[in-house]
Design a binder for this molecule. Structure first.
Ligand code: GLN
Length: 209
């Protein structure tokens, strides 16, 4: 059975996530109302502008429904602004739309010159070969609490985390042809959000440790 993954479709990189999810065998559904969240196996919150996503979600009465769905265990992947929506704490930003992911992020934290850049991202659980990381006015993960686990790094920076079935990346895996991250997320969706076999690196990077 193809898992059914919703893509929050208020604004931002919706079509790119739909294409990536289809490539790794998921069925997709655009989420624009609370009812669209019913009977989903997973959810993607794309990048875009936090303030716009926030405003639209609240206007459409989606904020509480999203919180209930994600808090209730719906496996969810947030990319960039989606990561910001899932964070426990947003520095220099509005109250997180969803929250619950045990990290603190700072919006637009990479200085002007590096506002948008590409850099290799190491995801140890996906193998030694790095993923191409596309960062667009990306948030910086400034703190990772004990409930969250580092999923990926880029140099000294934590650029992806997970907490059970809730995953967040500061970069945009949907904008490159490498489908390993979407495939791994969809595998988690198929497993109902359960952590698959973990291959934690010894001494995994921890912010503020
Ligand atoms: N800078 C955006 C924000 O803070 C996020 C950018 C993105 O999603 N590519 O909302």
């Amino acid at each position: 059975m193809r898992p059914r993954v919703g893509v929050l479709a208020l604004h931002g990189g919706v079509a790119e996530h739909e294409a990536a999810l289809a490539e790794v065998g998921a069925e997709t559904r655009r989420v624009r109302s609370a009812a669209d969240l019913d009977h989903l196996d997973g959810l993607v919150i794309p990048g875009g502008e936090t303030t716009t996503i926030d405003r639209l979600a609240r206007r459409l009465g989606l904020a509480l429904a999203l919180r209930a769905a994600v808090g209730g265990g719906l496996p969810t992947l947030g990319t960039c602004a989606g990561l910001i929506a899932l964070a426990r704490e947003v520095r220099d930003g509005p109250e997180p739309l969803v929250g619950g992911l045990d990290i603190a992020v700072r919006r637009n934290a990479y200085g002007r010159q590096r506002a948008s850049f590409e850099a290799p991202v190491l995801v140890p659980s996906l193998g030694r070969e790095e993923l191409p990381g596309v960062f667009i006015r990306a948030p910086r993960v400034e703190d990772v609490g004990p409930a969250a686990e580092v999923l990926a790094t880029c140099g000294d920076e934590v650029v992806a985390v997970r907490q059970g079935g809730v995953w967040g990346t500061a970069f945009h895996p949907e904008l490159t042809p490498d489908r390993r991250l979407h495939a791994a997320f969809v595998a988690t969706v198929r497993a109902g959000g359960a952590a698959e076999v973990e291959r934690r690196e010894e001494g995994a990077f921890r912010v503020g440790a």
